[in-house]
Design a binder for this molecule. Sequence first.
Ligand code: SAM
Length: 267
Amino acid sequence: MSTTPNTARSTVADFSEQWTKYYDNSGYFGSEDLLADVLKPLLTLEDLRGGAVAEIGCGNGRFLKTMGRYAQRVYGLEPGDGVDNARRWNADVDNVEVMRADVYALPALPPLDHVFSIGVVHHLPDPLLALQNMRKLLKPGGRCTIWVYGKEGNELYLATFGTLRRLTTRLPHPALHGLSTALVPALRGYIAACQVAPLPMRKYMREVLHPLDNFALRLNIYDQLNPTIAEYWTHDEVQKLMTRAGFSDVRLHHRHGYSWTATGIAP
Ligand SMILES: C[S@@+](CC[C@H](N)C(=O)[O-])C[C@H]1O[C@@H](n2cnc3c(N)ncnc32)[C@H](O)[C@@H]1O
């Protein structure tokens, strides 16, 4: 019997729409530098060396090839239509396998050394069950690493865009694409202003958004305004979630002052 929560289907549908429109992983958006930045200082790509790893909710598979340069075997699991782009993007590497799979109905995989989930768990209807399922994929002593939105550092953002999301999550996708396109110049202007002035979210604007091209910037806006579920968690909430899911030695890093990278070990 499936344990997939009902609302999981709408999250998958939201992202299917997103990944079929935003298919390009080139540039900084899909780069080794960005993946290393998401993981540091808790993990380096060298830690993947020779291991078997999976990324749960891999979207367009932007990071799988990089993982495959270090790990022996990489599984990219994605329940939505992004899976087709992920397959195409990684077709030229033979140690990366992309599968259409949901965290609530995972396929049998060989026991893994690492499980990653980047920007996924905060969109899920049952994050605890998802993390427990990821834990079961790991060998004893294997490591789960996630990246999620933080509450700390996003207070102003949540007061503005958080409110706007009440409307945008109900918009038809073509209207949302139009709105995202229209907001790119405004965001580019704000990023430029952050280079010279101590404005809110300056660190995030300078270190995360500034290196992105306009296509990736539009995707970022869309990605914020589109999904029905988007939770922003405190340090303690993430720590508790990982611990309740059965991980030990849980460590967190407040990435660029607005999000959490968290890692823990399976028993
Ligand atoms: C913000 S995207 C992140 C994609 C990718 N990890 C990246 O960093 O580019 C969230 C992804 O989670 C996937 N997702 C949503 N529900 C899921 C579920 N129940 N199981 C696995 N993945 C899911 C979505 O389809 C989407 O591709």
